[in-house]
Design a protein. Structure first.
Lengths: 381, 398, 354
C-alpha cells in the first residue's frame, strides 16, 4: 500500500511539475494574485531553479513533513491548512453517501429479487441503468431546480446560509468538527453495540442489547444537542449545516443507488437458486430468516466486492457534486484550483483525494475479507 | 497430414504445423471457426501467408456464428433498446451534413458555433412605471440596462423585445441558445463529438487492454505483477479527478482526451478482466500443444489468446464508450475541454448564464442536452448488457 | 443425552401391525411452465412404516425428486397437486398450513440433498448451520452446552471429528460434507430421513462407507429412510422395500429381495440387467434403447411401451393398473405373467437380508 502511494505521488508530481508545456514557473510568473516582490522569493522557495531530481526529492520530503507549499489563489495561506479544513467535510459527504446508498440499494435489490423474481427485469434494469448513467452535473442541477427553486424545500447551494451565520459566535469549521466528532462517537458506540449483540450467547439477550443500545445511542445523540451547554449553543448552526448537506448527499446517493440495487438483485436471484437455500427452507426456518440470513448474506459478497471499485466512483461523483453545489470540500477545491491555475493547491488536493481513495479501497478490501470466510487465511487447514 | 502454414512475418522455430493447430484452436467463441479452418485445410489446404489473411478466414467463418448470435441478442430487449437509441443518435450526427449540403440550413444561421439568428421571434412589451407582470412589461431601469431597447422609449410605448434565447419555433425546432445559435444544430454536432470521442477512446482501450491482458496472462511472473500493479493503481485512483488535474496542464482537445481516457482505461480495470479471460484460455490443452509444436510466445499470444479474448474486449468497448461520453461531458461542463460543440458545453453555457435554474421556462436549453448525454451513455451500457448475454452463455435466461 | 427409543425395539410389534408413518396416496404433481403443463408425477402410491428403509429408483426426470420434495412441501412455486394426498401419521401434508409444515420439517422428516457441495451455506460454519436447525425445533431451546454435546454426539455418529463443527464448508472434503449433512439431517431426531442421491457425487470407496454407516445409523436409531437413486446397486444394499418409477408412474414395488430376484416389469428387468456384474460368466450388458418420454406429451397407454421389447397393441392403448403379483409385490404391466417366467435377474449384487 505504501509502495502504491509513493508511485501515486510520483505520478502526480510528474504530471504537474515535469510535463513540458505550461510549467509551474511560467504559470507562477503570470499569476496576478502574487505580489511581484514575493514572486522571486517564492520561486526560490519552490526550488524551481534547481534540477528536476532535486525538486522531486524536496517535494517528497516536504510532503511527508506536511509542507505542501503555499496556495497561489489564497496567498499566503499554506496548502496544508486549506486541505485540513476541507478534508473532513469531503470525508463526511463521502461516507454518508456511501453508507446510505449501499444500504438502500441492497435493501431494494433484496426485496425486488425476493418478491418479484425475474418479472419486470427489463424495466427495472433500464431505469436503474438510466439513473446510473445520468449526466451528473445536469442531474444535480435538476434536483436543485426541483427542490430548491420549484418546491423551495431545500437550500440552493453552499455549505451554510451566510445570513443566518452573521451573528454566530462560532466559526463554521468549529461547528462542523463538533458535529463530526459527535456523530463519529455515536456511530462507533452503535457499531460496538451491534457487534456485541451479535456475539451474545442467548439470542434474546442479543436482541435486547441491540434495541436497547440503539435507543440509548439515539437518545444520547439527541440529548447532546438539546441538553448539554455546547450542544445547545451550536444546535442551530449545526442544523443549518446539516440542512445544506441534504441535497448533495441525496444527489450522490440517487445516482449510485441504482447500480447497487441492480447488482444486489441479480446476485440475490443467483443465490436464491442455490441448494443451500433449499436446505435452509427444509430445516423449517421461516421465510424471512431464509431470505435475510441465508440468501441476502451470501448475495452480499459480489456487492461487497463492488464496494472496492465504487470508492473511486463516489469520489469522482463527490467532485462533481461539490462543484455544482459550491459545497466547500476537497472536490470543489480541486476543480477551482485547477481553473485558477493554483498548482500547489491542485497538487495537494489531488494527492489527498488519492490518499482518500487508496484508504477507502483498502478498507473495502478488508471488509470483504470479513464477509467471505473463503478468502480468509485460516490457521488450520 | 501436416498442414503447412507459411507465416512469412513470423520467426517460428520448428515445424510449420503450428498454424494448423492454431487453426483448430482459437477461443471458445470461435472454436467452431477454427475447426472449420482445419477441416477445410485438410482438403484443399489454403496457404495463409500473413496474420492478416489468417484473420480474414476466421472472420468469414465468424459471419456464420454472428447470425446465430444475433438471434440470441434479438431476444434481449435491453440490447435492442440500446441499439435503437444509438441508431437514433447516429442519424442525428449525420443529418447536419445533409442539411448544410442541401442548403436546408444556412450556415450563417445554423452553424453550432458561429451561427447567429439575426431575426429572432419577439415579444411585445409595454413600458410602465412599475412592473407587475415582467413578461409583458418593462420599466425605466430595464430600458437603461438592456442595450437593445431604445433609450428614448416613453411610458405606454410598446417595443418588440427580441427573445434570445428563443423558444422552439418553426425555424428553430429546439429554439436558440443565449448566443443566438440553433440548439438542434448544437445537439446534432454534439452527437458527432460524442461518437468520435467514445469510439476512439474505446478502441484505444481495447487495443491496449487486450495486449496487456494477453501478455500478462501468457508471460506471468514479473511482467504480470508489474502490469497488474499498474492496473490496480489505475483502478483505485478516481479517474475524473485525474483527468481534471491533467486538464490543468494540458489543454485537452477532443482526441487528446480520447487518447488519455483510452490509455487510462486500457491499462486499468479492463486489462485485469481480459487477463483472466486470457488466463482461462492459456491453461487449455491446445495451447500446450501449440507450445510443444514449437510456437513462440508471440505466436500464442497473437493467434490464440487474443482471438479468444476478442469477444470480451468488444463487450468492454461498450462500457468504455459510456465512461468516455460521461467524462467528456463533465470536463466540458467544467470548462476544461477545448472543443467546438459538445453537450457538456451546452449545459455549461446554460448554467453560467443562469438559465438552468429556470428550467421550467427555458426547458429547451436544459433538457435536450442533459438527456442526450444520459441517453447515449445509457444506450451503450444497455448494448453492453445485451452483448453480455451473447458472450456469456451463463447469463442467458434458463 | 436422551435418545428416543427406536419404535421397533419398544414393544414387540409385529411388522403387519406397524402403523404406516408415511402414506402417499395417488399423488399427482403438476408443474405449470411456459411450455405448458407438465405432469411430473402421476398417481403414485406407497407407504412407509417406522424403521423401514425404502428405495425409489428411476431414470433422471422420472419424477422421483418431485416426490421427495413434495414430502416436505419444498417443490418449486409452479408445482400444484390436483389430486392425491401425502399423509404423515394420518394428517395430509398437502393440506397443512405453512406454519404446520415448518414445524414438521426437520423435526419429523428431514432430507439429505444431492450434491453436498452446495447444500451448505459457504459463509457460516458447519456447526452454526446445524445449531440453527436445532434452535428452530427444540422447545425449550438448547443451551450452548447442550447444543455442543449434541453436536459432538451427532458427529461421532457419522464418523466425524467434533472440531468439524468449527469449520467452514469449503474446508471440508466432499465425503466429510456429506457426512456432516447426514449429521444435520439427524439433528432434530426425525422419524424419517429422505436421502436424495446421497452418494452420487462421491467416489466409490467413500460411497460404500457412507452407505454402510447410514444403514447402521438407521438400525440404531430406528429411523425410516427413503432412498432415492438411479443406481440400483446402491439401493439394493440398504433397502427393505423397493419401488421403481418410470415417467412419473410407479411401475413396480415390493420387497427388495423379491423385486431383485423376480422382476415382473420389463423396465425393472432391463434396469437390473444393464448393470454389469463383476462375478460370474461374462455377458454383454443389455442396453435400454431410446430416451425417457417428453413430460409435456407422454405416450398413450403404458408409458413405457415405445421402449419395451414386450409391447403389444394393448400396451399402446390401455394403461396397465398396479396389481399384486406376489406378497406385497405390485406391478403395472400387461405382461407381468410372462416376466415371471424369465427366471432370476442377472444381477449378482448382495441384497440386504432385512
Amino acid at each position: 500500500m505504501v509502495v502504491l502511494f509513493f508511485v501515486f505521488l510520483t505520478v502526480t508530481w510528474f504530471l504537474l511539475y515535469a510535463l513540458p508545456g505550461d510549467s509551474v514557473a511560467q504559470q507562477f510568473a503570470g499569476n496576478p494574485n502574487i505580489p511581484p516582490e514575493a514572486r522571486q522569493v517564492a520561486l526560490e522557495r519552490l526550488g524551481l531553479d534547481k534540477s528536476p531530481l532535486i525538486q522531486f526529492r524536496d517535494y517528497m520530503t516536504d510532503f511527508f513533513r506536511g509542507d505542501l507549499g503555499v496556495s497561489f489563489s489564497q496567498y499566503p495561506r499554506p496548502v496544508i491548512d486549506i486541505i485540513a479544513e476541507r478534508l473532513p467535510r469531503t470525508v463526511v459527504l463521502f461516507l454518508t453517501a456511501m453508507v446510505t446508498y449501499y444500504w438502500a440499494g441492497f435493501l431494494a435489490g433484496k426485496y425486488l429479487a425476493w418478491k418479484r423474481g425475474r418479472r419486470g427485469e427489463t424495466l427495472i434494469t433500464v431505469s436503474g441503468v438510466g439513473l446510473y448513467t445520468v449526466f451528473m452535473p445536469w442531474f444535480a442541477l435538476m434536483l436543485i431546480w426541483l427542490f430548491s427553486v420549484q418546491l423551495d424545500l431545500l437550500p440552493l447551494s453552499k455549505f451554510l446560509d451566510p445570513v443566518e451565520w452573521r451573528e454566530a459566535p462560532f466559526a463554521a469549521n468549529q461547528v462542523f468538527m463538533r458535529m463530526f466528532w459527535v456523530t463519529v462517537t455515536a456511530s462507533v458506540v452503535l457499531c460496538a453495540v451491534g457487534w456485541a449483540s451479535a456475539r451474545a450467547v442467548d439470542r434474546r439477550w442479543g436482541r435486547l442489547l441491540r434495541w436497547g443500545g440503539g435507543v440509548l445511542v439515539i437518545a444520547g445523540f439527541v440529548g447532546y444537542w438539546y441538553g448539554t451547554q455546547p450542544g445547545q449553543a451550536m444546535r442551530v448552526y449545526a442544523g443549518d449545516i446539516a440542512y445544506h448537506l441534504i441535497l448533495p448527499v441525496m444527489t450522490l446517493t440517487l445516482v449510485n443507488f441504482a447500480g447497487v440495487m441492480l447488482l444486489t438483485r441479480s446476485s440475490m436471484l443467483d443465490t436464491m437458486r442455490e441448494d443451500f437455500i433449499l436446505t435452509a427452507r427444509a430445516k423449517g426456518l421461516p421465510e424471512r430468516v431464509v431470505r435475510d440470513r441465508h440468501a441476502a448474506r451470501t448475495a452480499l459478497l459480489p456487492v461487497a466486492t463492488s464496494l472496492t471499485l465504487a470508492v473511486a466512483t463516489v469520489i469522482d461523483g463527490g467532485v462533481i457534486t461539490e462543484t455544482v453545489f459550491s459545497w466547500p470540500g476537497m472536490g470543489q477545491i480541486l476543480v477551482s484550483s485547477v481553473q485558477l491555475e493554483d498548482i500547489p493547491l491542485a497538487v495537494g488536493a489531488f494527492s489527498f483525494i488519492g490518499v482518500l481513495a487508496l484508504i477507502g479501497h483498502f478498507v473495502a478490501d478488508m471488509l470483504y475479507g470479513l464477509l467471505d470466510p473463503r478468502i480468509r487465511v485460516t490457521e488450520h487447514g | 497430414m501436416a498442414e503447412k502454414l507459411e507465416t512469412a512475418s513470423e520467426v517460428d522455430q520448428g515445424p510449420q504445423t503450428v498454424g494448423g493447430i492454431g487453426g483448430i484452436g482459437g477461443g471458445d467463441g470461435v472454436a467452431g471457426v477454427g475447426g472449420g479452418t482445419a477441416a477445410g485445410g485438410g482438403a484443399a489446404g489454403p496457404v495463409v501467408t500473413s496474420y492478416g489473411s489468417w484473420w480474414r478466414i476466421r472472420l468469414s467463418l465468424l459471419r456464420r456464428s454472428v447470425h446465430d448470435n444475433w438471434v440470441i441478442f434479438r431476444r434481449n430487449r435491453m440490447g435492442i433498446a440500446g441499439l435503437v437509441i444509438i441508431g437514433f443518435w447516429m442519424l442525428m450526427a449525420v443529418m447536419p451534413s445533409l442539411f448544410f449540403a442541401t442548403g436546408f440550413w444556412n450556415r450563417a444561421v445554423y452553424d453550432p458555433v458561429t451561427g447567429l439568428e439575426t431575426d429572432p421571434p419577439t415579444r411585445t412589451v409595454i413600458m410602465v412605471e412599475r412592473v407587475t407582470d415582467p413578461r409583458t412589461e418593462i420599466d425605466r431601469r430595464a430600458v437603461l440596462m438592456d442595450g437593445r431597447i431604445p433609450s428614448d422609449l416613453g411610458l405606454g410605448d410598446t417595443f418588440e423585445l427580441p427573445l434570445q434565447p428563443a423558444p422552439p419555433n418553426s425555424r428553430h425546432w429546439l429554439g436558440t441558445d443565449p448566443l443566438g445559435r440553433d440548439v438542434l444544430s448544437q445537439l446534432m454536432h454534439g452527437a458527432r463529438s460524442s461518437f468520435f470521442l467514445g469510439i476512439l477512446a474505446a478502441t484505444v482501450t481495447v487495443v491496449i487492454a487486450t495486449l496487456v491482458g494477453s501478455v500478462a496472462a501468457y508471460y506471468g511472473g514479473v511482467i504480470d505483477s508489474l502490469l497488474m500493479r499498474l492496473a490496480d493503481l489505475l483502478i483505485m485512483i478516481p479517474g475524473l479527478a485525474l483527468l481534471i488535474v491533467i486538464g490543468s496542464v494540458v489543454t485537452f482537445q477532443l482526441w487528446h482526451l480520447a487518447m488519455v481516457i483510452g490509455i487510462l482505461s486500457g491499462f486499468g480495470g479492463t486489462a485485469v478482466v481480459l487477463k483472466s479471460q486470457a488466463l482461462a484460455v492459456k491453461v487449455k490443452p491446445f495451447v500446450d500443444a501449440a507450445r510443444v509444436a514449437g510456437g513462440t510466445g508471440r505466436h500464442i499470444v497473437l493467434y490464440h489468446l487474443i482471438p479468444s479474448v476478442m469477444p470480451l474486449s468488444v463487450l468492454y468497448m461498450m462500457f468504455t464508450v459510456t465512461a468516455a461520453i460521461q467524462s467528456e461531458a463533465v470536463l466540458s461542463f467544467l470548462g476544461l475541454l477545448n472543443v467546438d460543440t459538445s453537450w457538456g458545453l451546452m449545459i455549461q453555457l446554460a448554467h453560467t448564464q443562469g438559465y438552468l435554474l429556470q428550467a421550467g421556462e427555458f426547458w429547451w436549453l436544459v433538457f435536450p442536452a442533459g438527456l442526450a448525454v444520459t441517453l447515449l451513455a445509457m444506450a451503450f451500457f444497455l448494448l453492453g448488457r445485451g452483448l453480455d448475454e451473447v458472450i456469456n452463455p451463463r447469463l442467458r435466461r434458463r | 443425552m436422551e435418545l428416543r427409543t427406536p419404535p421397533h425395539l419398544e414393544a414387540e410389534v409385529p411388522a403387519e401391525q406397524r402403523l404406516p408413518l408415511l402414506e402417499v396416496d395417488g399423488l399427482v404433481v403438476r408443474y405449470t411452465t411456459d411450455a405448458g403443463d407438465v405432469s411430473a408425477v402421476e398417481d403414485v402410491s406407497f407407504s412407509l412404516s417406522g424403521g423401514e428403509a425404502m428405495g425409489l429408483v428411476g431414470e433422471s426426470g422420472c419424477g422421483k425428486t418431485s416426490v421427495a420434495l413434495s414430502l416436505l412441501r419444498l417443490a418449486p412455486e409452479n408445482a400444484s397437486y390436483p389430486s392425491g394426498s401425502i399423509r404423515w401419521e394420518g394428517v395430509d401434508i398437502l393440506g397443512m398450513s405453512s406454519e404446520e409444515v415448518r414445524r414438521l420439517r426437520w423435526s419429523e422428516m428431514s432430507m439429505v440433498f444431492q450434491g453436498a457441495m452446495n447444500a451448505w451455506n459457504p459463509v457460516y460454519r458447519v456447526g452454526h448451520q446445524i445449531r440453527e436447525a436445532m434452535d428452530q425445533h427444540f422447545e425449550p431451546r438448547l443451551t450452548a452446552v447442550e447444543a455442543d454435546r449434541r453436536l459432538a454426539w451427532l458427529f461421532e455418529l457419522v464418523g466425524l471429528d467434533k472440531v468439524t463443527a468449527d469449520r467452514y464448508p469449503h474446508e471440508l472434503s466432499g465425503g466429510m460434507r456429506q457426512r456432516a449433512l447426514i449429521a444435520m439431517a439427524l439433528s432434530c431426531e426425525p422419524k424419517l430421513v429422505v436421502a436424495d442421491e446421497p452418494t452420487t457425487a462421491l467416489d466409490v470407496i467413500v460411497q460404500a462407507q457412507i452407505l454402510r454407516e447410514l444403514k447402521d445409523i438407521q438400525t440404531d436409531l430406528g429411523l425410516a429412510i427413503l432412498y432415492i437413486s438411479h443406481d440400483m446397486a446402491v439401493i439394493a444394499q440398504v433397502t427393505d422395500i423397493l419401488a421403481v418409477m418410470y415417467a412419473g408412474k410407479l411401475v413396480e414395488s415390493g420387497p427388495t429381495r423379491e423385486v431383485f430376484r423376480h422382476p415382473r416389469h420389463p423396465y425393472t428387468h432391463l434396469l437390473l440387467s444393464s448393470v454389469p456384474s463383476v462375478v460370474g460368466p461374462r455377458r454383454p450388458p443389455v442396453c435400454l434403447d431410446g430416451v425417457p418420454p417428453d413430460p409435456l406429451d407422454p405416450p398413450s397407454g403404458c408409458r413405457f411401451h415405445p421402449r419395451c421389447p414386450l409391447a403389444t397393441r394393448r400396451c399402446r392403448q390401455e394403461e396397465p393398473p398396479l396389481e399384486p403379483v406376489g406378497p406385497e409385490h405390485l406391478v403395472a404391466c400387461w405382461h407381468s405373467a410372462e416376466m415371471s417366467g424369465m427366471g432370476e435377474s442377472r444381477l449378482d449384487v448382495k441384497v440386504s437380508g432385512g
